[in-house]
Each structure stands twice: as C-alpha cells, then as structure tokens.
Design a protein around this ligand. Sequence first.
Ligand SMILES: Cc1ncc(COP(=O)(O)O)c(C=O)c1O
Length: 430
Amino acid sequence: MTSLLKNKNLSYISPVWPQFTGLEIEYGKGIYLYDIDGKKYLDFTSGIGVTNTGHCHDRVVRTIQNQAERLIHGQSTVIYNQPMLKLASKINEITPPQLNCSFFTNSGSEAVESAIKLARHATNKTNIICFQGGYHGRSIGAMSVTTAKSIYRNKYQPLMAGVSVSPFPYSYRYQQEEDSLEDWCIKELEYLLKTQSSPDETAAMILEPVLGEGGYVVPPKKFLQRIRDICDHYGILLIFDEVQSGFGRTGEFFAFEHFDVQPDILVVAKGLASGLPLSGIVSSRELMEEWIPGSHGGTYGPNPVAASAAIETIKIIEEEKLVENSASLGRVLLKSLYKLKNEYPFIGEVRGLGLMVGCEFSSHHPSSSKIAEEVRKKCLEQGLILLTCGSDNQVIRWIPPLTLDENSLERALKIFENALIKVEEIIHEL
Ligand SMILES: Cc1ncc(COP(=O)(O)O)c(C=O)c1O
C-alpha cells in the first residue's frame, strides 16, 4: 500500500500531536495492528486503554454496520434514540444500585467537565479537590484538576479557580512505607480542608482509583475508604474517574470494586465503546435531578452508533469473560515482571491490577526516563507496541486488549526481556 506520510500530507496535520511510533497502520484485528507493508505489531497500548475487546471485534463491527443503516445521529434533546435508552439500562445492570442514572457525552474530558458541573449544581458549592499525579483530560476544567505532568498546564494557566491539590500515596516516588504514607496523605487532605478549601465550599473530590497517566499507581485500600468517610462526613461528593481503569481493565468491571468504596459520580469513557467516541457519568437519580435541565448537554452525546457499539462491548466483556481474563493474565504478567525486576536492577518497581500494570525504572538511576524510552523503542523494533507514563515518562505501562491470550503475553514478555538485555548493555551511555 502507498504510504501517505510522504508528500505534504503530514504538513496538513497539527504538530500538537506528538508521535510515538511513526507507524502508518492499515488495519487492526484483535491484539494486532498491521502496517502498510503488512508487518504486524502486538498492540499493548489498546489505543490508550480503549480497545479492551481488541481491534475490530466482529460483533462490534457488525453492530456498528447495522446501526449505521438505521440511524446515525439522533440528538438527545430532540428525540430519544433507542441505543441510548438501552445503553442506560445496560449500565444500570453493571453498576451498584445507587449509580442508576446516566448522562452521556463524547470524550473522557467532556465527561469530567460534566461531573464537575453536576457536582457544582447539586451541592451549590464551587470548589474541587483533586489529587497529585491525577490525569482527567485537557479541556480547561479537566485540565485544572490534572497534575500528571506540567506540560498539560504550561502556558494555559491560569486555569479554573477553586481547585486544590492533595497528595496521592505514591510510595515508590516518596520512598515511604505504604501505611505511613497513606496516613500522611489523609492528614494533608484534612489540613487542606482546614486551610485552603473548607468543606462548606467544597463540592467534590475527584480522583482515579488507580492513577493512570501519572504512573499506574495503586493506592492502599484504606486511602480510598478514608476519603469516602471524609466526603460523607462533610457532605462532599466523591467522583471516581474510571476513564482508563473501567470496563474490566483492572480485573474487576470497575477499579473501585477492589477497594470496597463507591463513588457518588462515576466517570466512564475509553473501554466503553471499543473505539467509538462515547463517554458518560453515572450517579444516583436523586443527584441528577439537581441538575437544571438544559444547563448542560451537547449535540452528539450519545451518538446512536457509538451507544450501540457500547451495548455490544459490554455484552462481549460479560460473555467472553474478559474481566476474569484480565484478572488472571494480569497475575501472570505481574509475576513475570517481578521476576524480571529481580534480574534487572534498573527496574525500580512493578505494580498494577489486572491488565493495568506499570513497570517503573529505578529512581536511583539518573536517567530512568531514558531507560524507559530505550526499552519502549527496542520493543517496537521487535513488533511490540508499549507506551510510557509517569511525570518523567519513567514508567512502561502494560494495557493490552483484554482479549489477550497467554501465548501472546509470553511472546510480549520475551520481547520485553530482549529489550532489557539490550538496554543493560548500553545503560552507561544513557
Ligand atoms: C483517567 C482519565 N480521565 C480522563 C481522560 C481524558 O479522556 P479524553 O482523552 O477522551 O478526553 C483520560 C485520557 O487518557 C484518562 O486517562
């Protein structure tokens, strides 16, 4: 196939998008992407946590085709489109009883904006507390609660007012024991409520139950439980952003299930619709009734084609037991990476839940981000696509499609180990 990267095609595309692989992909199927020369790549990025059912799952493709023949757009304040009605009730089936009312929009950022707006309306309060290292998107409101990397904020500030940032128990970064760090973080949060954002002005706290872009960090269970208690005590809403961690990614349908803590508002996107742009927030009906009709909305959400893809996606996750697969292959992945950590001392920490696993390169090494980048590139040369995350891109993240099988995981691990061997040889040059 002829490459479109030559000529002037690229100059017509904004350079604001960085490019990590340079691959020109013709098509994708399952866990593979195929470039224009027919070379196949194991896609362990899932398009950043989107294609949990694999690329172009047959059932998703058929559903999209069928729905496209029936209704492509049905604006939700003009008509009720049927996929939207069905999707809302399907989501009701997979969420706890009090999360029984959905609002849909298109992207993760828009869903975060929606959660913030709902929280402000429902509480008549203005302030939002977010947590260090969190990523919630790049529209102004979502960016204002994002602290994963300063590049997301630089030259856009000042951002939305009324936001305070509380520490997140990232024990490898702070080089502190989990228990004492968790306790310190909660004390800092309580201090913040006394010194910066008083409870009677604080509408909500927003966080990712498992930190995503910030480094794939799993907090102690007690941390989320104590945040829940503080929110209940002061009448502050708790928003969980599960844009990246939802839909089976962590080995439960939603990551909050690992912690026995439920949010007042759940933010979903990415894995929801297997690649079609769709996102939403889910809360109690009671809370949604505080949202003044017409004060929020949009032209597209939920698009009927995307909504029908989402219904099929959820059914596939259930019927193909992808949550269970994520949990069991996640254990295999963690075990293998722990083993590699023992053999390669420049790996600092391995952590994760299900198929949301991070491998952080040692903070004792001055160029942990260069190591991560070299490993990533050497994997790519061998046909494995991985991404990095963390404030310095010092973490390799593993987010393969949940349709992954054990043999392919083993192949990816072998490639990863080869890359570690090659990087070890040149580590003094980095
Ligand atoms: C946890 C989380 N929230 C929000 C977003 C923003 O989603 P989008 O890029 O669809 O706007 C992302 C995207 O990576 C995310 O990981």
